[in-house]
Design a binder for this molecule. Structure first.
Ligand code: FAD
Length: 317
C-alpha cells in the first residue's frame, strides 16, 4: 500500500495550491480529482479579471494547467479518481475509491462546491437540455437567440458578460432590488445593450418539454406571473459545498460548510480543508488559493510536531 505524507482531495485552485505548497515543503503529496480535467469550477471560466498578477485577466483553462504544472514540478503527483471515503487510521487517513488503497498521514479536503439547484418544476427534466451552468461552454450554442440568466451575484454577472458575445439578448432575473456582485461587473452588465435586468422577480418554472422554451416568472412586488421566451437558462444562485467525505468526521455549520481555525485545521487532528468547502470562504480564486497554501503549511507543521490546536487563532512561526 502506498503511503503519502499528504493526500489532497480535489484539484481545483484550493487543492492544486495546497499540493504546490505541500510538495515545496518536501512532503510526498498525492492529489486526487474526480474531474476529467483537473481545475474545478475555474477551468470553464473564459476570463477572470481579479486574480492578482494578471492585469489583462486570465482564462481558467490557462491558469489551472499552469498551476498543476507548477505543483507537479515541485513533486506533487496528480491522479484521476473519485475518493469515496476517508477513514481514520492509527497513523493518519486511508483513502478509498481509487484503483489501489492509499494511506496518508494528513488529508487536505478541497472538494469545492457544485451549483445550487433552483428546485422548481422543469429543472430536473431540462438540465442539459437548455439549462446550463457554463456560459463559455454552452453560450455559442444559442448564438442569435434570447436566453435567461438567474441571479445577481458575481457568477451571474460574469457569465452574463460572457453570453453577450454570443446571444441576441439576455434577461437577468434578480430576486432582489439590486445586483449584489462587484461594481466592475455590475456597471458593465447595466451598460450592455443586449441585457435586460428584471429585478424583484423570481423564476418559478422552466418551460419546455424536450428543450427549454422559456421561464415562468412572478413579480415579488405584485405577485403577477408572466411567461418569458428563452432558448436557454443559466442559473447562478449560489453553490452547495461538497462535504460527503467530511460529514462522518466533523460537525458542519448550518449552511453545510466545515468550520476551521485560521490554519484550515478542522477539529480532527490531521484533517484540514481548503477552499469553498470551508465555513467563511470568500469563494474567490485568490482566497481559495490562499486557503490551500495555508492548509499545506499547517499540515507540514503537524507532520513535524504532531501538535494540533484547532481552536487557536494563530500559530507561532
Ligand atoms: C461562473 C463562475 C464564475 C466565477 N468567477 C470568478 C471570478 O471572476 N473571480 C474569482 O476570484 N472567482 C470566481 N469564481 C469562483 C471561483 O471559481 C471558485 O471560488 C474557486 O474556483 C473554487 O475553488 P475550490 O478549489 O475551492 O473548489 P472547486 O473549483 O469546486 O474544485 C473542487 C474539486 O474537487 C473535486 N472533487 C470533488 N469531490 C471529489 C471527490 N470525492 N474525489 C475527488 N475529487 C473530488 C472536483 O472534481 C473539483 O475539481 C467563479 C465561479 C463560477 C462558478
Amino acid at each position: 500500500m502506498a503511503e503519502w505524507d499528504v493526500v489532497v482531495v480535489g484539484a481545483g485552485l484550493a487543492g492544486s495550491t495546497a499540493a504546490l505548497f505541500s510538495a515545496r515543503h518536501g512532503r510526498s503529496t498525492l492529489v486526487v480529482d474526480a474531474g476529467l480535467v483537473p481545475g474545478g469550477q475555474m477551468f470553464n471560466i473564459t476570463r477572470i479579471e481579479d486574480f492578482p498578477g494578471f492585469p489583462q485577466g486570465v482564462a481558467g483553462y490557462d491558469l489551472c494547467p499552469m498551476l498543476q504544472e507548477q505543483a507537479a514540478a515541485a513533486g506533487a503527483e496528480f491522479r484521476a479518481g473519485t475518493v469515496e471515503a476517508l477513514t481514520a487510521t492509527e497513523t493518519g487517513w486511508s483513502v478509498t475509491g481509487l484503483d489501489e488503497p492509499v494511506e496518508a498521514r494528513a488529508a487536505i479536503v478541497a472538494t469545492g462546491s457544485t451549483p445550487r439547484r433552483l428546485g422548481i418544476p422543469g429543472e430536473e427534466r431540462l438540465l442539459g437540455h437548455g439549462i446550463s451552468h457554463c456560459a463559455s461552454c454552452d453560450g455559442p450554442i444559442y448564438r442569435g437567440r434570447a436566453v435567461a440568466v438567474i441571479g445577481g451575484g458575481d457568477s451571474a454577472l460574469l457569465e452574463t458578460l460572457e453570453l453577450v458575445d454570443h446571444v441576441a439578448s439576455i434577461t437577468v432575473f434578480v430576486r432582489d432590488r439590486a445586483l449584489r456582485g462587484q461594481h466592475t461587473y455590475a456597471s458593465r452588465v447595466e451598460a450592455a445593450e443586449k441585457v435586460t435586468l428584471a429585478f424583484d422577480t423570481v423564476v418559478e418554472e422552466i418551460l419546455g418539454e424536450d428543450a427549454v422554451t422559456g421561464v415562468r416568472t412572478r413579480s415579488v412586488a405584485t405577485g403577477e406571473t408572466a411567461d418569458v421566451e428563452a432558448a436557454a437558462v443559466f442559473p447562478y444562485i449560489g453553490s452547495e459545498p461538497q462535504t460527503a467525505l467530511l460529514a462522518p468526521h466533523v460537525a458542519l455549520d448550518p449552511d453545510g460548510h466545515v468550520p476551521t481555525d485560521v490554519w484550515m485545521r478542522t477539529e480532527v487532528p490531521g484533517l484540514l480543508v481548503a477552499g469553498e468547502v470551508r465555513a467563511g470562504s470568500a469563494a474567490q480564486a485568490v482566497t481559495v488559493s490562499g486557503d490551500g497554501a495555508t492548509a499545506a503549511i499547517a499540515a507540514d507543521r503537524y507532520l513535524a510536531t504532531s501538535a494540533w490546536a484547532p481552536v487557536e487563532t494563530s500559530v507561532a512561526g
